[in-house]
Design a binder for this molecule. Structure first.
Ligand SMILES: [Zn+2]
Length: 77
């Protein structure tokens, strides 16, 4: 179950909630003031592409030696 981060528009407190994906945009109360005027922030979970791979992950045409830039083992960079 992903963690979603919210910020309260009333008191601007930031908090996170563990909730099912289909309830990500469901109303929730601020843990500090109880108001339901909250905005969802982008979570770590949504930093991934829709196919589930990390944006800056491994794979592709680069080899493990490419991390520092130019690479002699695969020619990247
Ligand atoms: Zn609040």
């Amino acid at each position: 179950m992903p963690i979603y981060e919210y910020v309260c528009e009333t008191c601007h407190r930031e908090f996170s909630l563990l909730r099912p994906m289909n309830q990500a945009d469901s109303p929730a109360g601020c843990e500090a003031c109880g108001h339901t005027q909250i905005k969802r922030k982008l979570s770590l979970f949504s930093a991934h592409n829709s196919d589930g791979k990390a944006v800056a992950g491994t794979g592709g045409s680069s080899c493990s030696g490419c991390a520092g830039g130019s690479c002699s083992s695969c020619g990247q960079g």
